[in-house]
Each structure stands twice: as structure tokens, then as C-alpha cells.
Design a protein around this ligand. Structure first.
Ligand SMILES: C[S@@+](CC[C@H](N)C(=O)[O-])C[C@H]1O[C@@H](n2cnc3c(N)ncnc32)[C@H](O)[C@@H]1O
Length: 187
């Protein structure tokens, strides 16, 4: 298990107590970018389901401790990693990645996998922290200090990465907390 995942596995019982509430409005703005109805939604790196429960998403995560918390919330869970999603091609309408991309081993592989599992017109919504902001720099330094292997992007880098996955990148929100949507072209 990679060190970041092992840390979340161990930290799961305390996670929800220490984390601030999810910005539901930002997620909904991202989901509105979809060019199809959003029924089937999955959160990759969804952890304890803190964000997934806001929009009724299923949770994919490699940390068993986090998945147990998500199940207690009544959410559907699947154990797996973002870089090799255990989901069929074109099988979901929306993929959320909330406060998690910076922990993934391979951003590009994760976004390519999100694009693969999306149905045409579906949307990936990435909520992250912009490392070019002052608070982003402090957060990156803090996570390094506590031993995380985090790699934060700037807004421009995130948009480029979403576009490189073959998605139509649509910035939703800029700032320390940023949101970028990527829509899969309809056939
Ligand atoms: C900061 S938590 C965010 C959890 C949730 N999205 C939220 O907003 O509360 C990051 C999550 O990413 C997961 N994670 C780390 N590496 C991963 C990977 N390669 N694929 C999928 N999830 C991963 C961790 O296990 C952890 O649950």
C-alpha cells in the first residue's frame, strides 16, 4: 500500500472529525457542465464519502478503513485505484475527484481512466487546491512535512491535464479551492 493510502486507512476514524465540510455548490456547478442526465455518479478517491453523500455518488478508494466509513453512510463502495478503475467503459455519467488528485500516483493515468469510464456527454469534476496561491503553497508544505507524497497543480496545469485526457476542459471556479470540469464528447 502506498504511504498516502496507508495513512488514510489508519486515519479513517478521525478523518471526518477533522475535515471541513465539502463545498456542495462547487460540485453541483461542475455537474451542471455535463451534456447528459447525471444518474450514475462515482467519486474516485472518495474516502469516507464526505463529498459523495452530497450528490449520491458511489465511492472508489484503495483505503479499506475509509470505505468502511462510506458504507456506514449507506454509500455503495468499490475498492480500487484511480489509475486502474474497476469500472467498465462508458459506464457512468459523472466522475468526481475531490481533494484527492494530489494524492494519486499518476494524475494523467487517473484522468485517462475517468475519461474511459464516462459515457459520452458525461463529466469529470475535479476539485483541488491551486498550488500557485499562498494558501496552496502553505498546504503543499504542510502535507510534505507530515510525510505525504502530494503533488499539487496550478489551475492552468489542471486544465491542461484534463484536456490531455481528451475531455473538453471547462474551468468552474478559480482560487485556493479550484474546480475544473471535463466533458466527454458525444459521438
Ligand atoms: C484527502 S482524502 C479525500 C477523500 C474525499 N474525496 C473527501 O473529500 O473527503 C484522499 C483520498 O484519496 C485516496 N487515494 C490515495 N491514492 C489513491 C489512488 N491512487 N486512487 C484512488 N484513491 C486514492 C485516499 O485513500 C483518500 O481516501
Amino acid at each position: 500500500m502506498r504511504p498516502d493510502v496507508a495513512a488514510f486507512d489508519a486515519f479513517a476514524p478521525l478523518y471526518d472529525l477533522l475535515m471541513p465540510a465539502t463545498d456542495r455548490t462547487a460540485l453541483r456547478k461542475g455537474l451542471f457542465c455535463a451534456d447528459r442526465e447525471v444518474d450514475r455518479c462515482v467519486e474516485v478517491g472518495g474516502g469516507s464519502g464526505r463529498a459523495a453523500r452530497e450528490v449520491g455518488a458511489a465511492v472508489v478508494d484503495p483505503a479499506g478503513g475509509m470505505l468502511r466509513r462510506a458504507r456506514r453512510r449507506g454509500l455503495e463502495t468499490v475498492r480500487g485505484t484511480a489509475e486502474t478503475l474497476p469500472l467498465a467503459d462508458d459506464s457512468v455519467d459523472a466522475v468526481l475527484v475531490v481533494d484527492a488528485l494530489h494524492h494519486f500516483a499518476d494524475h494523467d493515468a487517473a484522468l485517462a481512466e475517468a475519461a474511459r469510464v464516462l459515457a459520452p456527454g458525461g463529466v469529470v469534476v475535479v476539485r483541488e487546491f491551486d498550488r500557485s496561491t499562498r494558501r496552496g503553497q502553505l498546504l503543499a508544505a504542510g502535507e510534505r512535512l507530515i510525510g505525504f507524497d502530494s503533488r499539487f497543480l496550478t489551475a492552468a496545469e489542471l486544465e491542461t491535464a484534463v484536456a490531455a485526457a481528451g475531455l473538453d476542459a471547462r474551468p468552474v471556479e478559480y482560487g485556493f479551492g479550484m474546480t475544473v470540469a471535463g466533458v466527454k464528447e458525444k459521438e
